[in-house]
Design a protein around this ligand. Structure first.
Ligand SMILES: C[S@@+](CC[C@H](N)C(=O)[O-])C[C@H]1O[C@@H](n2cnc3c(N)ncnc32)[C@H](O)[C@@H]1O
Length: 428
């Protein structure tokens, strides 16, 4: 049944009540008040439809064809609402199936969708391990879930099985080094709180946490902060019963075993050794892409998640930034304002994973960036630039590579139609 104010509940859980299900029934995550839908839209990665287009469909999806979406472990609905609202605003057809183990969490997601009047959503209380029973999907969102399965591989396998040909998976899984200190606390709390109700576990955990010394690895870690965001955040970060962080090599192995291939991470520059190694260092010939990423992850030490897109092996298509019909988007502030700022300062400051970076750009690159309006194609931008094709292509490829590396540029024809959610974006 399509979501029209009514609810379909299909209860087909693998285990009658697991600790994970008990956790999220007691503390739906993330904590959201459905009334807030009247004043803001939460957007972010994965699953911004333009980002889906860029990473899964080579920036060239035909958005007149309905997008069949599965939101697997949809929680209180951030990914679901983002996809449905952005596509509704763009007047693009879609069908979304939402699955989550937790009934109370699903109710929040349903209320949020109802307040926004979003249609074509089927809500299911169940396990993503049964995903393929609900259809074949062009896109599957699975954010912050697979690391909470008893066997993450079973989750990757189940989602791979539910992908339609040329479909893609957008995922976020925890990464170990940026979460330093989390696991010793989770393990200790786990041993001490056996048999407690979620409520007792929370009050016990909070009371012990106050006694944990300030120089505990966790308390020195400035990258994690969920425990300060209320009960659901504290529970999810420090009292989770099933939480397996994955290195980039683990992610590659899980994808590979499921017959999937990494299309890309949303900020691929963070997985590059450029800027980390001396320029004269000669990399060994046998270095693979995954070797480089794995080294970069350990050298940076500040990644607490891996966010990326994957497709069935052999199906990955990359954006061609020099395709004259491709439509680029700058993600962030108004490009004109950014152009003025870059001309004044000689670069664009960004902060990623708590690290401040300056992206150096020439006045010519700033001008190209300032002309991006979300409607003009690369060919139109070349004409406007006054540069000949060869000069434009050189400058554009460099700019595109730089901005795409940090997730600041995406290619998509999604919003040839006007946006109209009427609510400010809160890129999180
Ligand atoms: C950390 S929350 C993430 C929620 C949401 N994806 C987001 O990013 O806001 C994890 C969610 O996954 C759900 N979950 C865990 N294991 C699941 C499974 N096997 N099948 C379906 N949902 C599951 C939990 O109930 C919980 O709502």
């Amino acid at each position: 049944m399509r979501y029209e104010g009514a609810t379909e509940i299909i209860s087909r859980l693998h285990k009658p009540v697991s600790q994970v299900q008990e956790h999220y029934n007691a503390y739906p995550y993330p904590a959201r008040d459905p009334k807030d839908e009247r004043k803001r839209l939460i957007t972010g990665s994965p699953s911004n439809p333009m980002e889906i287009d860029h990473h899964v469909f080579g920036g060239a999806r035909d958005w007149n064809v309905p997008l069949r979406v599965l939101v697997a472990g949809g929680g209180s609905g951030d990914g679901l609402i983002q996809i449905a609202q952005v596509l509704t605003d763009a007047k693009r057809p879609y069908e979304i199936t939402y699955i989550d183990l937790s009934i109370s969490t699903r109710k929040i997601a349903e209320k949020r969708a109802k307040i926004r009047g979003l249609k074509n959503i089927t809500f299911i209380t169940g396990s993503l391990l049964d995903a393929s029973e609900y259809g074949a999907f062009d896109y599957i969102d699975c954010c912050g879930v697979l690391h909470h399965l008893l066997e993450p591989q079973a989750g990757f396998d189940a989602l791979a099985k539910a992908l339609a040909p040329k479909g893609g998976l957008g995922f976020m899984v925890y990464a170990p080094y940026g979460r330093s200190g989390v696991y010793p606390l989770q393990e200790a709390f786990g041993e001490l709180t056996q048999g407690m109700t979620p409520q007792d576990r929370l009050s016990f955990g909070k009371s012990v946490f106050q006694r944990v010394p300030q120089n505990h690895e966790f308390k020195r870690n400035t990258l994690v902060g969920d425990h300060q965001d209320g009960d659901a955040g504290f529970y999810d970060l420090l009292l989770h019963s099933q939480d397996i962080a994955c290195t980039v090599r683990d992610v590659a192995g899980l994808l590979d075993a499921a017959g999937l291939e990494l299309a890309n991470f949303t900020q691929p520059a963070m997985y590059s050794l450029d800027g980390l190694l001396p320029p004269d260092f000669v990399r060994p010939d046998q270095f693979s892409r995954i070797d480089e990423m794995h080294l970069a992850e350990r050298l940076r030490g500040n990644m607490k998640t891996h966010i990326g897109y994957a497709m069935k092996q052999g199906e990955v298509v990359h954006v061609d930034p020099l395709d004259p019909t491709a439509i680029p988007h700058f993600i962030g502030e108004n490009p004109k304002k950014v152009e003025a700022f870059i001309v004044q300062r000689g670069g664009l400051p960004v902060a990623i994973n708590g690290q401040k970076l300056g992206l150096g750009m020439s006045p010519q690159a700033a001008k190209l960036l300032g002309a991006i309006d979300g409607v003009s194609s690369v060919g139109m931008l070349q004409e406007k630039s006054g540069l000949d094709l060869a000069a434009f292509n050189t400058a554009w490829a460099k700019l595109s590579n730089l901005l795409c590396g940090y997730g600041l540029m995406l290619y998509s024809g999604l919003n040839k139609i006007k946006k109209s959610s009427g609510v400010p974006n809160d890129i999180g």
